[in-house]
Design a protein around this ligand. Structure first.
Ligand code: GSH
Length: 216
């Protein structure tokens, strides 16, 4: 069984998959694609042939190519169920997915590189306005996630219950993005407490951007 992960050290979507692979104890080869160099290696003809969306991550598992971080994480959960990242109960699973999707569908896409480049380029916005945009949409998402954690966390250290789930796998990379744009996290004490705990876990620590072979 061999895994090749098309990744970029700062990509929060690739960060999610790195965490999931680490949690499952699945070794993988990193295949970095630099998102800025030469106009973005994710837009090269060779990479678009793998992922027509021109986004990282993509995971090659023994010749099967998978894209979209949530689909990849759920695939890993299905082929390698332990440790479980989705609860056994249908309602609980939906609630965990709901938190992961709040990040993947509602927060992150508005702050993705190509969106920020469009704001800077075609819409002629300055860095401060672009960073303000990123902070605004992360803050809106975090306000809701703070309430979800209040509702679902059993220990204040995890988004859901008292163990790691896909909600945590998706939250921590978004917290890294929030720090990058200097969002004040003080209004989100529950998110801060969960993130502080997750950062102590080896699977999360090994997946962080600075620990990647292509980190600059
Ligand atoms: N929904 C996708 C998002 C993937 C994505 O947006 N990846 C970013 C890096 S975090 C990317 O490749 N951006 C390149 C670009 O915007 O050109 C997923 O979850 O995999």
């Amino acid at each position: 069984m061999s895994f090749r992960l098309y990744t970029y050290w700062r990509s929060s979507a690739a960060f999610r998959v790195r965490i999931a692979l680490n949690l499952k104890g699945l070794a993988y080869e990193s295949v970095p694609r630099h998102l800025m160099r030469d106009g973005g290696e994710q837009r090269s003809r060779e990479y678009l042939a793998l992922n027509p969306q021109g986004l990282v991550p993509a995971l090659d598992h023994d010749g099967t190519l998978l894209t979209q971080s949530l689909a990849i994480c759920e695939y890993l959960e299905e082929i390698h169920p332990e440790p479980r990242l989705l609860p056994g109960n249908a309602a609980a699973r939906a609630q965990v997915r709901s938190m992961a999707l709040a990040v993947a569908c509602d927060i992150h896409p508005l702050n993705n590189l190509r969106v920020l480049l469009y704001l800077r380029g075609e819409l002629h916005q300055q860095d401060e306005a672009v960073n303000g945009w990123a902070r605004h949409w992360i803050a809106r998402g975090f306000e809701a996630l703070e309430q979800f954690i209040a509702r679902h966390s059993a220990d204040g250290l995890h988004c859901y219950g008292s163990g790691v789930t896909l909600a945590d796998v998706f939250l921590l990379p978004q917290v890294f993005n929030a720090r990058r744009v200097e969002l004040d996290l003080a209004p989100y004490p529950r998110i801060k407490a969960v993130a502080a705990h997750l950062e102590t876990l080896p699977a999360f620590a090994a997946a962080r951007p600075e620990a990647q072979p292509d980190a600059e």
